[in-house]
Ligand binder design. Structure first.
Ligand code: SF4
Length: 652
């Protein structure tokens, strides 16, 4: 068998993989990984158990599922959609979908059903970055690449443990460090990434915006602001600097829990570096002030002119394999299609392109809102598990119970959402599907199936639903045909995806946006936006004295329906500092009850290098969101997963 090219279906690095009839191997030529891959990525072809192969249906969630035919399943979905108002429908998509599947879901829901409530689980991991980029750069556009980072002199990582989340990128950073790259890591946990750092700053949970403002004020005091760059390339006003001048560095550092020495070292590294890049993940994004955190971090690059130059700038690191593709296709509730917002002009353009007179005309409910506030009568969930991953799970479960008809499209059984589903429609997993996905730095890779397809791919199921409803425009015979339509649609947007094709992607991946060297605002200038702490998160008190952080581990993926089949690393533990373990008379392996205002969980104790005001639980633990609070960032609607006050008590 010839080598079949593919791309990993786990993280946003988007490693190229090849299949050689028995095993997956890293592609030597793919720009994202150059011959590297991680353990879970290389074991994906062995994930074969717990496959969903037949449609399952039940009238109510108290009943057992019964097998039904595929035809009956499609008829049931169409029948329910026909009698449901668009505002009572919801489509909950996922960064695990390929671009073609995403495109069809968006086209069907927003384009033909007139349903605006189309959002994706990416809302819960990177929508704060999306909003920040749009505000600062005028578009959801990641301005640098991993190569820029590797070629820079200094890389600042804030709130991100790339050693566990972006493993191959971390390994490339280790190599770049040997060539002189300096690394600063800002994190309440002294992670594997922090251990590699030249400077590790153990910031207090939620202290980021305070710290970034202290840095910005130090830049001002030390004449590091590039006013020539600001005047030539940025939109700003004097009010920004009036406010900056009033920042009390000492006060901000106290609130950020950062020592003055650490700030001084940070400034020295910045001063001594020519080319500077930054990266971040959930520590900044998953917050009640995620947008403020993102903007205040990006501002550090704008203020010093370290942006829109090779090897300089801020790179938000998306977690899921195709979170970026979902953004491009238009899978977020705040976008209509292909990076186009809901302006009258855009609605007309998209309606004309899709030849539909029933297009949605306003932004829809976002992921958490759809479940908690939507009062939905129909919900389709594709390749994700909102019951498990949305915050404040007791609340989520109550709302799920009230939805008339929940359809789950999934490849594997065992999701928490399936407990609330009425219809489960099996769809193809990695290895059996064909399409494209976009990694964290805009590289689109063609993924080819290398196994016999046992069930339909998502786009085929969605097209069957559309055809059952009598809609034109869903007669696709292959994912190639869908990509051809999608890429033509990108001509309406700021993306040049129309410049590639499956034929070209067969030869090599394509990075869109190489032509974009300036901001995409009206005057092509970067917006310098004042951004300050909002203190919207819950506070600790004597009852709940610690802040719960949530994190990924290296070898698992989300709720582990796939990775637990091939890797048995334990994740049911809570990381506690040595000082707190002594204070609570705990030893490794003891069990504790972690309690919050919302719920509790019994977990094994694990000693870790973490601040004394925080504890950490892997997000793969299925019960994690019984503990988390339901506050959302008001702009991005991203949950505050990393700031729930909790208590710990020994379990006996
Ligand atoms: Fe897959 Fe990410 Fe591992 Fe690469 S680093 S093989 S993309 S999980």
């Amino acid at each position: 068998m010839d080598l079949i090219s593919s791309s990993c279906a786990y993280c946003g690095v988007g490693c190229g993989l090849v299949f050689n009839s028995k095993t997956l191997k890293p592609s030597k030529n793919h720009p994202s990984n150059l011959g590297l891959a991680c353990k879970k990525g290389l074991l994906q072809h062995k994930v074969n158990k717990n496959r969903l192969l037949k449609p399952l249906f039940r009238e109510s969630i108290d009943e057992e599922f019964k097998e039904i035919s595929y035809k009956e399943a499609i008829e049931k979905v169409a029948a329910k959609l026909k009698v449901t108002e668009p505002k009572k429908m919801g489509f909950y998509l996922s960064g695990q979908l390929l671009n073609e599947d995403y495109y069809i879901a968006n086209k069907l829901a927003k384009g033909f059903l007139g349903c605006s409530n189309v959002d994706t689980n990416s809302r819960t991991c990177m929508s704060s970055a999306v909003v920040a980029y749009k505000k600062v750069l005028g578009s959801d556009y990641v301005p640098i690449t991993m190569e820029d980072v590797l070629g820079s002199d200094l890389f600042v990582i804030a709130g991100g443990n790339i050693a566990s989340n972006h493993i191959v990128f971390f390994n490339r950073i280790k190599k770049a460090k040997k060539m002189g790259l300096k690394l600063i890591v800002i994190d309440p946990r002294e992670t594997k990434t922090a251990k590699l750092a030249d400077l590790y700053i153990p910031i207090a949970p939620g202290g980021d915006t305070y710290f970034f403002l202290a840095v910005a004020k130090s830049f001002y005091d030390e004449n590091l602001i590039d006013f020539d760059f600001l005047k030539s390339s940025c939109n700003f006003d004097e009010a920004f600097f009036d406010k900056l001048k009033k920042i009390d560095i000492g006060e901000n550092l106290k609130k950020a829990g950062v020592a003055k020495d650490n700030l001084d070292s940070f400034i020295n590294f910045w001063k001594e570096s020519q080319d500077i890049t930054g990266g971040w993940t959930m520590g900044l994004n998953q917050s009640s002030e995620g947008v403020e955190k993102n903007i205040s971090f990006i501002n550090l690059f704008t203020l010093t002119g370290k942006i829109f130059k090779p090897k300089n700038g801020p790179l938000s690191l998306t977690g899921q394999p195709n979170a970026m593709g979902g953004r491009e296709v238009g899978g977020l509730a705040t976008t209509l299609a292909v990076h186009l917002d809901y302006s009258e002009e855009n609605i007309k353009k998209v309606a004309d392109f899709w030849k539909s007179d029933n297009i949605s005309k306003r932004e829809g409910l976002t992921a958490d809102e759809m479940i908690k506030k939507g009062g939905l009568k129909f919900l389709l969930v594709a390749h994700t598990d909102p019951v498990y991953h949305l915050p404040n799970r007791f609340e989520s479960e109550k709302k799920f119970e009230k939805i008339d008809f929940v359809v789950e499209l999934n490849a594997f059984s065992g999701s928490e959402t399936s407990k609330f589903a009425h219809l489960i429609l099996p769809v193809a997993p990695f290895g059996e599907k064909t399409g494209t996905q976009t990694n964290l730095d805009r590289v689109i890779t063609l993924i080819k199936s290398f196994k016999e397809k046992k069930v339909k791919q998502d786009y085929e199921v969605l097209c069957d639903i559309a055809k059952e409803l009598g809609f034109d425009g869903f007669d696709f015979n292959s994912s190639t045909e869908i990509f051809d339509e999608y890429k033509e649609m990108t001509r309406l947007s700021d993306m040049n995806i129309y410049q590639t094709s499956y034929k070209e992607l067969e030869v090599s991946p394509f990075r869109w946006g190489r032509n974009l060297t300036k901001a995409l605002t009206k005057n092509s200038k970067i917006n310098l936006i004042w951004s300050e702490p909002k203190n919207r998160s819950l506070k600790t008190d004597s009852k709940y004295p610690y802040i719960l952080l949530t994190s990924r581990v290296e070898n698992h993926w989300h709720s582990m329906t796939k990775t637990a089949q091939v890797i048995d690393d334990d994740i049911e533990y809570v990381e506690i500092s040595k000082k707190n373990m002594q204070k609570l008379s705990l030893k490794e392996g003891d069990f504790v009850l972690v309690k919050s205002e919302f719920g509790e969980a019994k977990l094994k104790v694990c000693e870790a290098l973490i601040r004394d005001d925080a504890i950490n639980i892997p997000m793969h633990f299925r019960g994690i969101n019984y503990l988390t609070n339901g506050i959302l960032d008001p702009q991005s609607k991203e949950p505050d997963y990393n700031h729930t006050p909790v208590s710990i008590e020994k379990y006996s």
